[in-house]
Design a binder for this molecule. Structure first.
Ligand SMILES: CC(C)(COP(=O)(O)OP(=O)(O)OC[C@H]1O[C@@H](n2cnc3c(N)ncnc32)[C@H](O)[C@@H]1OP(=O)(O)O)[C@@H](O)C(=O)NCCC(=O)NCCS
Length: 341
C-alpha cells in the first residue's frame, strides 16, 4: 500500500499589524509612595531610570482583566470580528497560577470562541516573540488572524522592600491584531537567549522552596548592573541585526520602540544606533513604568496617540529581559489613531 502524501498548507504571503489596544493600571503611583521601605528618593529614581510615576492596578483587577480590555480595543479598531481570530497568544510572567493559562480565558472573554490559545513566557521580550509567532501562524496557514497580547500585573510579584527592581515595575496590557497583508508589514524576527545569565533577573526563591521552608515567598529581583550592561552592549547589536534582516537602515525609521526598561538604556540605544533626530522614540516608561511583556505595545499605542502621522511608517521594536532573552523586528505601524487609556 502506498502511503498517502500529506497535505501541508501555506497561508498568506505577507502579514501586518492591523490595530493596537492598551490598558494601563488605573492607579497612579509616584516615586514618593515607594521610597520609604527602600531607602531611596524621588531624585534618585528619576535620574537613574527616568521614571516619574508608574501605573498599577487595584487588588481586584487581574492581568486577565487588563488583557481583555486591551484585546477588545485592538479587535474593535482592526475592523475584523472576534470570531475570525484563529489564535490568541498572551505573553506574560504574571499568571498567578502555573496552570491553566491566561490566554484561554482571554479568548473566551473577547469572543474568540474556540480559537487556539496559549501563553508564552519570554519576560520583557514576550511581545516580540508573540508577534514573531503570529506572523508565522498566518503565513503558515494555521490562522488568518491572531490576537497578540502582552499582559502583566507585576505589582502582585514585587516586594515593597526590594530596592533592585520593585520601583521600576508597573501593571498594564497592550494588544495587537495580526493578519494577512498586501505588503510586508512584519520583518524577519531576530530571537535569541543567553542562559548563562539566567540568574541576573527573575524570582528570588521558589514556590517549592517556600513550601519546604527554605526561602521566603518568591518575589522579583535583579542584578541591575549586569542587566544594564548587557542591554546597552548586546541589545544595540540585536537591534542592528533586525534592521539588516528587514533590509532597512536607521534613516528609514519613523519610530523606535524599545522595551521600556530604563530611560538611560533607551537613550544609549538611540546614540549607538545613530538614530536621526526625525525618528520618534517611545518614552512611555516615564509615566507607566516597566510593564515587561506589555511595555512595547503600550509604548507603541501611546506613540500613535501622540503622533497619528506616524501610522504607516516603519518602527523598530526590541524586547529583552529575564532568561536572558531578546527579540526584535521592524513593523509597519497600524493606520489607526488609538485612544490613550
Ligand atoms: C536598577 C538600576 C536602575 C540601578 O541603577 P544603577 O545606576 O545601575 O545603580 P547601581 O546598582 O550602580 O547603584 C548605584 C548606587 O545607587 C544605590 N542604589 C541602588 N538601588 C537604589 C535604590 N533603589 N534607591 C536608591 N539608591 C539605590 C547603590 O547602593 C549605589 O550606591 P553607592 O554608589 O553609594 O554604592 C539599573 O541598573 C537598571 O535599570 N538596570 C537594568 C534594568 C533592566 O533593564 N531590567 C530588565 C528586566 S525588567
Amino acid at each position: 500500500m502506498t502511503q498517502p502524501r500529506l497535505r501541508q498548507s501555506t497561508g498568506h504571503e505577507f502579514t501586518r499589524i492591523y490595530a493596537l489596544g492598551a490598558a494601563r493600571g488605573e492607579l497612579v503611583v509616584d516615586n514618593a509612595q515607594l521610597i520609604g521601605p527602600i531607602d531611596s528618593s524621588d531624585e534618585w529614581i528619576r535620574q537613574r531610570t527616568g521614571i516619574v510615576e508608574r501605573r498599577r492596578a487595584p487588588k481586584e483587577v487581574t492581568a486577565v482583566d487588563l488583557a481583555v480590555e486591551a484585546g477588545r480595543e485592538a479587535i474593535e479598531k482592526s475592523g475584523i470580528r472576534a470570531d475570525q481570530i484563529g489564535a490568541v497568544i498572551v505573553a506574560t510572567i504574571s499568571n498567578p497560577v502555573v496552570t491553566p493559562s491566561v490566554s484561554t480565558l482571554v479568548a473566551e472573554r473577547v469572543g474568540a470562541g474556540t480559537a487556539a490559545a496559549y501563553d508564552i513566557e519570554a519576560a520583557c521580550a514576550g511581545y516580540t516573540y508573540a508577534i514573531a509567532q503570529a506572523d508565522s501562524l498566518v503565513r503558515a496557514g494555521v490562522a488568518d488572524y491572531v490576537l497578540v497580547i502582552g499582559a502583566e500585573k507585576l505589582s502582585d510579584f514585587v516586594s515593597p522592600t526590594d530596592r533592585s527592581i520593585s520601583f521600576l515595575l508597573g501593571d498594564g496590557a497592550g494588544a495587537a491584531v495580526v493578519g494577512p497583508s498586501d505588503f510586508p508589514g512584519i520583518s524577519t524576527s531576530i530571537l535569541g537567549s543567553d542562559g548563562s545569565k539566567w540568574g541576573a533577573v527573575g524570582m528570588e526563591g521558589t514556590y517549592t522552596g517556600f513550601r519546604a521552608g527554605d526561602n521566603e515567598w518568591p518575589y522579583m529581583r535583579q542584578d541591575g548592573q549586569t542587566v544594564f550592561r548587557w542591554a546597552v552592549w548586546e541589545m544595540a547589536k540585536v537591534a542592528q541585526r533586525a534592521l539588516d534582516a528587514a533590509g532597512v537602515t536607521a534613516d528609514d525609521l519613523t519610530a523606535f520602540i524599545p522595551h521600556q526598561a530604563n530611560m538611560r538604556i533607551v537613550d544609549e540605544f538611540a546614540k549607538v544606533l545613530k538614530l536621526p533626530a526625525s525618528v520618534l522614540i517611545a518614552r512611555d516608561i516615564a509615566t507607566t513604568g516597566n510593564t515587561s511583556a506589555a511595555s512595547i505595545p503600550l509604548a507603541a499605542h501611546r506613540l500613535l496617540s501622540e503622533h497619528p502621522e506616524a501610522a504607516g511608517g516603519l518602527a523598530l521594536q526590541i524586547g529583552f529581559g529575564a532568561g536572558l532573552v531578546f527579540g526584535a523586528q521592524v513593523v509597519v505601524l497600524p493606520g489607526n489613531s488609538p485612544r490613550l487609556t
